[in-house]
Design a protein around this ligand. Structure first.
Ligand code: ATP
Ligand code: MG
Length: 240
């Protein structure tokens, strides 16, 4: 039986909210409006995953699937320095791939699984998990097929998490809630419907606070108490 590893987010408040950090063996989803910090959290995790276990890292490599072209290797450098790590070594341990279609995204996962069988990975990022599905199945009659393909992709991610003891961190978009009505103050919900709700074990809702402040709320997680954490987005990554 594999034992769960918890990887620090860089913020003590956020780690405490999560019961120690982002967990291996399951999928953690972050959703929220633009600039709420989903991608910056991904960048920080790229570095913290490589920290030794006693420093709340995962002592492993990182796989990054980027569907929006927003990964910035130069952003990794100050984050690595903040954690006292060699930036080039950190970058060498991030296997990066840009995906251009949902099929491409799926095929990249198959290739990664082969790599993970040979090398010790501890984190897989898919930023964003749903963007390409929303482009590739944009027609009105295509929702059922989209959800079916999305379910396939997510079950792959779950399998990778469990087989290789990897933390899977996915980002998701928010959409207008058609059932929200005009008097609901925040008529937004995560995209992906029941399929994504079912696959993601820990669902985090991010929102902007004052300045560089961001707020993370537990949206759904079976073993975590409800609550919020405030953190900052800085050039050194996520911190308190
Ligand atoms: P989107 O939905 O557009 O993908 P996001 O949730 O991924 O948005 P991020 O890209 O993580 O949002 O951006 C969060 C914040 O990080 C933004 O306010 C941005 O200005 C800030 N940011 C980006 N780069 C830096 C940096 N080098 N130093 C400090 N803050 C930065
Ligand atoms: Mg982003």
């Amino acid at each position: 039986r594999k034992s769960v590893v918890r990887i620090t987010t860089g913020s003590q408040a956020l780690d405490e909210l999560l019961g120690g950090g982002i967990e291996t063996l399951c999928i953690t989803e972050a959703f929220g409006e633009f600039r709420s910090g989903k991608t910056q959290l991904a960048h920080t995790l790229c570095v913290s995953t490589q920290l030794p276990i006693h420093m709340h890292g995962g002592n492993g490599k990182v796989a990054y699937i980027d569907t929006e072209g927003t990964f910035r290797p130069e952003r990794i450098v100050p984050i690595a320095e903040r954690f006292g790590m060699d930036a080039n070594a950190v970058l060498d341990n991030i296997i990066y791939a840009r995906a251009y279609t949902y099929e491409h995204q799926y095929n990249l996962l198959l290739g990664l699984a082969a790599k993970m069988a040979e090398e010790p990975f501890r984190l897989l990022i898919v930023d964003s998990v749903i963007a390409l599905f929303r482009v590739d199945f944009s027609g009105r009659g295509e929702l059922a097929e989209r959800q079916q393909k999305l379910a396939q992709m997510l079950s792959r991610l779950t399998k990778i998490a469990e087989e290789f003891n990897v933390a899977v961190y996915i980002t998701n978009q928010v959409i207008a809630d058609p059932g929200g009505g005009m008097f609901i103050s925040d008529p937004k919900k995560p995209a992906g419907g029941h399929v994504l709700a079912h696959a993601a074990t820990i669902r985090l809702m991010l929102r902007k606070g004052k300045g560089e402040q961001r707020v993370c709320k537990i949206f759904d997680a079976p073993n975590l108490p409800e609550g919020e954490a405030v953190f900052q987005v800085t050039s050194g990554g996520i911190m308190d």
